[in-house]
Design a binder for this molecule. Structure first.
Ligand code: F0G
Length: 456
């Protein structure tokens, strides 16, 4: 039984405020039972997201001092471009302010009105940009991904038969690309296997369809391949990541996750023609093609963060901490999505709150209750996040009604994880007192971010 520990030590800390239960009851009510609307200073342990909240290393901070803030041709851009080419294999890089900036540009270039965009489960911002560009998202992930109890080792895999069916129905010319996420967020941080990706490559070549890679958490996906897929046990994370990327044509990246910077992203590709189109649009929405909304210093920290994210010791400790939290919860009988994902532990809100129908948003209610109990902030990933069908206005009712406990990288200690476990168990013991919610205010786009609720 090998014991792992973090391959770093702590050099600077941020002090946290301790609040009372009364303070928190007031705060969540004011926030309309939406954890996105809480003030960060009222939160004790912040597991809302792993996005932009990682701790940068001393080397990344040193890189911040090396910012070349020239408007055009910053040295940091060229360093970033070379790093992407070396580790991720993509020939061209276009920086953007964050992941959704890249999604916007890519969707506008590749999708025509009436097109279909298959993907291994949706992500909120990705699907919205596909829709805004005139496309329709089609879920082609394997069925096991929608079952929180299935222990399939690669729940991020694509069901090729679903792709064949789509081609038979609409024709390959209506499918500009297949959107493949690594470490599928909405499925619970679940990986796609290299075997499946290779099959998909063959399929895509046969139909002359591109593969676009949402590579936001590719290093975490690579870790699961190393641990679970035959033939990869002796391969390094960097080698596996390179192989994954090489099987795809283009990528969108939110570098706020894997790469451990507070802000930034990029679009990367191998086609020069696609690069030329992306450069044309990036100047409209983001900035010149050599900074795209990022400061020079941020591009430097990103280039360094990419190399750190691919260290085997880093990723083992990172996913190891998520597994530690998940296993303690399993030990205590808490229903979570299995296998434990790469960036987060997902609670099965339907199982914890069987008395609340999905139309009353059990995951949203559970997220609020967790904050009130111990000051732990988490996120709803269920019906509220899924939103409404663009054409009919009906609410999507996804099979997965989850609460996400997302771990920032290099931020919290094991003792913090133990506090979270105790809080989840206390909330579960008193689950019957938790009430369902209804919308008091429902925004038009991405309603989970700014929606407000009332107790029923
Ligand atoms: N793709 C995936 C898989 C993501 O998880 C995210 C962001 C994005 C794209 C968009 O990137 O935020 O930089 O614009 N996910 C965050 C989360 C917000 O909390 O899961 P962005």
């Amino acid at each position: 039984n090998e014991v792992w520990a973090e391959p770093f030590k702590i050099k600077m800390v941020e002090l946290l405020k301790v609040t009372s239960r009364e303070d928190r009851e007031k705060a969540i009510k004011e926030a309309g039972y939406n954890t996105f609307l809480l003030k960060s200073e009222d939160v004790y342990i912040d597991l809302l997201t792993d996005s932009g909240v990682g701790a940068m290393s001393d080397r990344q901070w040193a890189g911040m001092m090396m910012g070349d803030e020239a408007y055009a041709g910053s040295a940091n851009f060229y360093r970033l471009e070379a790093t992407v080419k070396q580790y991720y294999s993509y020939q061209y890089t276009v920086p953007t302010h964050q992941g959704r900036g890249a999604e916007n540009i890519l969707s506008q270039i590749l999708i025509k009105d009436g097109d279909y965009v298959p993907g291994n489960m949706y992500f909120t911002t990705t699907r919205l940009h596909q829709e805004l560009a005139g496309g329709k998202f089609v879920d082609v992930i394997i069925d096991e991904a929608h079952d929180p109890a299935s222990t399939h080792p690669f729940k991020g895999n694509v069901d090729i038969a679903k792709l064949d069916k789509l081609v038979a129905e609409v024709g390959a010319e209506k499918i500009p690309y297949v959107c493949i996420a690594t470490a599928v967020n909405m499925a619970g941080g679940q990986p796609i296997s290299l075997g499946n990706l290779k099959e998909l490559r063959v399929w895509a070549d046969k139909h002359d369809i591109m593969i676009v890679h949402d590579m936001t958490r590719v290093a975490e996906n690579a870790y699961f391949i190393q641990q679970r897929e035959d033939g990869y046990r002796e391969k390094s994370i960097a080698e596996i990541v390179h192989e994954i990327c090489s099987l795809t044509d283009a990528a969108t990246m939110s570098s706020k996750k894997d790469a451990m910077v507070n802000i930034g992203g990029f679009l990367a590709m191998n086609s020069e023609a696609l690069y030329e189109k992306a450069c044309n649009l990036v100047v409209v929405y983001e900035g010149l093609h050599t900074y795209g909304g990022m400061a020079g210093r941020d591009m430097e920290a990103l280039a360094i963060g990419i190399t750190e994210s691919l260290q085997d010791a880093h990723i083992r400790a990172r996913v190891g901490q998520v597994e530690y939290l998940g296993n303690r919860l399993i030990d205590r009988g808490v229903p979570i999505v299995r296998p434990i994902g790469g960036h987060a532990v997902f609670l099965d809100a339907r199982a914890i709150l069987p008395h609340i129908p999905q139309s009353q948003y059990p995951a949203q209610a559970l997220a609020s209750a967790l904050y009130v109990d111990g000051g732990v902030r988490v996120m709803e990933r269920g019906a509220v996040s899924a939103g409404r069908n663009k054409e009919t206005g009906e609410e999507f009712m996804p099979k997965l009604e989850l609460v996400r406990l997302t771990l920032p990288r290099r931020v919290y200690t094991q003792a913090h994880m133990d506090v979270v476990v105790e809080s989840v168990c206390r909330v579960m013991e008193n689950a019957d007192k938790i009430k369902g919610l209804k919308f008091a205010y429902e925004p038009e786009y991405l309603r989970f971010f700014r929606g407000k609720f009332e107790e029923i």
